[in-house]
Design a protein. Structure first.
Length: 205
């Protein structure tokens, strides 16, 4: 469910800072490498680059917790959220609307503790909103690809308490950005995983 006007999914912000020279240059290079003006082809090129070139911090035993797209590109690692911010920046720099989608998942197996997981929704002219997850296939058992119209996400919703929140958000949740900014390291996250409700449901918890 789209939560904002379409032009909001093309805007720059503090987190989606695609005017940053390094991001602008990478977005241009990926567009050229795609060899096509087709949004689907360019989006796939950007998705594959973020999925495969930015290390998921847990999978690679990294401790950095970047927040913005430019920070994520600079350090080459991040949580799923950071990778989704970078993918959105690359797509918006190429005039492809991109938003944010969130899941609530268990951290490990069928029992609590729960955590938030972030991914993207890309608007493709011939298809509409398409969900994709660039967290990386470096964790055994995860096989996420950009193959519209088929959606192959990193995590199925399978245990009690898990869900895919319905909204497609033009910006990362403010409470999530604050939580990431306050998270000093991946070790800090492990001690207290981020588990949030959508902004319009926060009063229910």
């Amino acid at each position: 469910m789209q939560t904002s006007p379409m032009d909001a999914y093309l805007r720059a912000s503090d987190a989606i800072d695609f005017a940053n020279p390094a991001i602008a240059e990478l977005a241009k290079r990926l567009r050229e490498q795609a060899g096509s003006a087709d949004a689907r082809v360019i989006a796939a090129q950007c998705f594959n680059w973020v999925r495969d070139h930015i290390e998921h911090c847990i999978d690679f035993s990294r401790e950095e917790v970047p927040v913005s797209a430019s920070q994520t590109l600079a350090v080459g690692t991040g949580f799923c959220f950071a990778k989704s911010h970078l993918l959105a920046a690359l797509l918006r720099a190429n005039a492809i609307p991109c938003g944010f989608v969130y899941q609530r998942l268990t951290v490990d197996g069928p029992a609590p503790v729960y955590c938030l997981h972030g991914l993207n929704a890309v608007y493709l002219p011939d298809l509409g909103w398409y969900l994709c997850d660039a967290r990386g296939n470096s964790k055994p058992g995860i096989h996420a690809y950009f193959q519209p119209p088929q959606q192959t996400l990193a995590y199925p919703v399978q245990y009690p308490g898990e869900c895919l929140y319905e909204g497609i958000y033009a910006e990362p949740w403010p409470a999530l950005l604050s939580a990431l900014s306050d998270c000093r390291s991946v070790s800090h996250w492990r001690a207290a995983p981020i588990d949030l409700l959508p902004p319009d449901l926060t009063s229910l918890r």
